[in-house]
Design a protein around this ligand. Structure first.
Ligand SMILES: [Zn+2]
Length: 431
C-alpha cells in the first residue's frame, strides 16, 4: 500500500523541519518528503491541508490491564484507544495478573498487541517479583524477550537497598528504571493531597513529602549506581526542584508529567466526591500546577505520559475512599496538551514533539523515527484547530473513567501510521 499525505504542516525538531510538505509512505517507511508531490494511480491520497504531521506519539505509561483484568481493559481495546489518541507506541505497565515479572508475560503482551495491530507495545517488566519489593524479578530474561524498561508502578519500592540492587542490575542491560515514588509510611491510606482540601472533605491526606522523599532517594541511588532513573507522574513543585538539581549535577534522571496533573488540582474535588478525580499520586495544589507548567517549559519535565488507568464503572461508582485510584487518558492526551499548553501559549509544537515523541523514545531506548525519507513510517497527523467535546461514547477504551468528559478541547488526531500501516483514518480506528 502506498499513501500520499498531502498538504500537512510537517513538524520535527530533530531534523529542524517545520514547513508544509507532502509525504509518501510505502512499504513501512517514508519514501518521499517534498513541497509538492503529484499523486500517481497506485497511491491512496489523504488530503490533509491544515493538519499537522509529527513523528508518532509515544506514551511511556499505560495500564493495559491484560492479562488479568480484562473487564477494565484488554490489549485489543487499550491499543485501539491508543491509536484513537494518536499514539504509535506505548509502554505497558507490569501490574497485571499474573504480574509481568517473567518472560512468558512479556511474550504474551507483545504477541497479543501484534495480533491486535493498532500500535506497537513495549512492555515494561516488574523490578521485583510479584511487585512485592522483596526479590529481583527475572529482568535479564525479560530483556531478552523485549522488555523496554522496568518498574513496579502502582507501588513504590520501599527498601532503599532493594532499589539499589534493582538499579545495579538494570544498568547491566542499559534499561531505565521507572519509579512510582510513594513512601508507604508517609502515605498510608491517603486519598487526596494533604492540605486544606483533605481537611475540608474529611479525607485522609496523601502528603507531597510521600512522593518527594523517594524522588530524592532515587536520584541519589542513580548517582551511586549509574543507572538511569525516570520519575513517573511527578506532581509537586519541590519534586521538580529535586529533579532540576539532579540534572544540574549530571545525574541520569528524567521525569514525566501527566495531562491531568498539569490541568486539574485538588480544589476541583468537591463535596460531590467525584471518583474520576481520584488518582495516584493525587491532584495537587494550584501552585503545583503552575510549577509543573513551568517545568514543562524549562525542560525539567522530559515527557508527557498519561498513566492511562482504566477501571470499570462499578468500581468507580462507590464511596470515594473505596473507589480505586486512576483515570483513563490515552484518548484525551493530545487534545489536552494542545489546548492547555500549546494554544495557551506555554509551549510551541516543536516542544510538544520533544515531550510526546522524541524524549519518550530516548527513555524507552526505541528507534528514533523522523519525518524524512528512509525513516520507519510512524506518523501522527492531527487537526490543530478541531474543536470537540470529550464524550464517553466516542471512546475505544473499555472504561470511561475520565474526569475530562464534557471538556471542550482544541486539536484532535485524524490519522496514524504505525510502521507504515494506517491504524487511524480520519479519526476512525481501522480494523
Ligand atoms: Zn504509578
Amino acid at each position: 500500500m502506498k499513501y500520499l499525505l498531502k498538504g500537512v504542516r510537517a513538524v520535527d525538531p530533530a531534523i529542524g523541519l517545520d514547513v508544509q510538505r507532502d509525504i509518501v509512505i510505502e512499504d513501512g517507511v517514508i519514501a518521499q518528503v517534498e513541497a509538492s508531490i503529484a499523486p500517481t494511480e497506485d497511491m491512496i491520497v489523504l488530503e490533509r491541508e491544515g493538519c499537522v504531521a509529527i513523528p508518532g506519539l509515544v506514551d511511556v505509561h499505560v495500564h493495559l490491564r491484560d492479562p488479568g483484568f480484562e473487564y477494565k481493559e484488554a490489549i485489543e481495546t487499550g491499543t485501539a484507544a491508543a491509536a484513537h489518541g494518536g499514539f504509535t507506541d506505548i509502554c505497558s505497565m507490569a501490574n497485571t495478573n499474573p504480574v509481568t515479572d517473567e518472560a512468558a508475560i512479556i511474550d504474551y503482551v507483545i504477541d497479543k498487541a501484534n495480533e491486535a495491530g493498532h500500535c506497537t507495545v513495549h512492555p515494561a517488566g516488574a523490578c521485583t517479583k510479584g511487585l512485592a519489593g522483596e526479590s529481583l524479578a527475572e529482568m535479564g530474561d525479560m530483556v531478552a524477550h523485549g522488555a523496554a524498561a522496568f518498574t513496579d508502578d502502582g507501588r513504590g519500592i520501599q527498601d532503599a537497598g532493594m532499589m539499589r540492587r534493582v538499579m545495579d542490575y538494570a544498568k547491566m542491560f542499559d534499561k531505565v528504571i521507572m519509579s512510582h515514588c510513594q513512601d508507604d509510611g508517609l502515605v498510608g491510606k491517603g486519598q487526596v493531597n494533604e492540605g486544606p482540601v483533605s481537611t475540608k472533605l474529611g479525607l485522609a491526606g496523601w502528603p507531597a513529602a510521600g512522593e518527594e522523599v523517594q524522588i530524592q532517594r532515587d536520584i541519589v541511588l542513580s548517582e551511586l549506581t549509574g543507572c538511569p532513573i525516570h520519575i513517573q507522574h511527578l506532581t509537586t513543585a519541590h519534586g521538580l526542584d529535586l529533579v532540576r538539581d539532579g540534572k544540574a549535577r549530571g545525574v541520569a534522571v528524567t521525569c514525566e508529567a501527566t495531562p491531568h496533573h498539569l490541568v486539574l488540582c485538588d480544589e476541583d474535588i468537591t463535596t460531590t466526591y467525584d471518583t474520576n478525580l481520584k488518582m495516584n499520586p493525587p491532584l495537587r495544589s494550584k501552585a503545583d500546577n503552575a510549577a509543573l507548567i513551568e517545568a514543562v517549559k524549562d525542560g525539567t519535565v522530559d515527557v508527557i505520559a498519561t498513566d492511562h488507568a482504566p477501571h470499570a464503572a462499578f468500581e468507580k461508582e462507590r464511596e470515594f475512599e473505596l473507589a480505586p485510584f486512576g483515570i483513563t487518558g490515552l484518548e484525551t492526551s493530545l487534545g489536552i496538551v494542545n489546548t492547555y499548553l500549546v494554544e495557551a501559549g506555554h509551549i510551541d509544537l516543536n516542544r510538544m514533539v520533544e515531550l510526546m515523541c522524541i524524549n519518550p523514545r530516548k527513555i524507552l531506548r526505541i528507534e528514533q523515527v523522523t519525518l524524512e525519507p528512509g525513516s520507519t513510517a510512524d506518523i501522527t497527523v492531527f487537526d490543530p484547530a478541531a474543536k470537540w467535546t470529550v464524550e464517553a461514547d466516542g471512546m475505544y477504551s473499555k472504561s470511561q473513567n475520565s474526569p475530562f468528559i464534557g471538556f471542550e478541547l482544541i486539536g484532535k488526531p485524524t490519522d496514524v501510521f504505525c510502521k507504515g500501516k494506517l491504524t487511524l483514518e480520519d479519526g476512525v480506528v481501522t480494523a
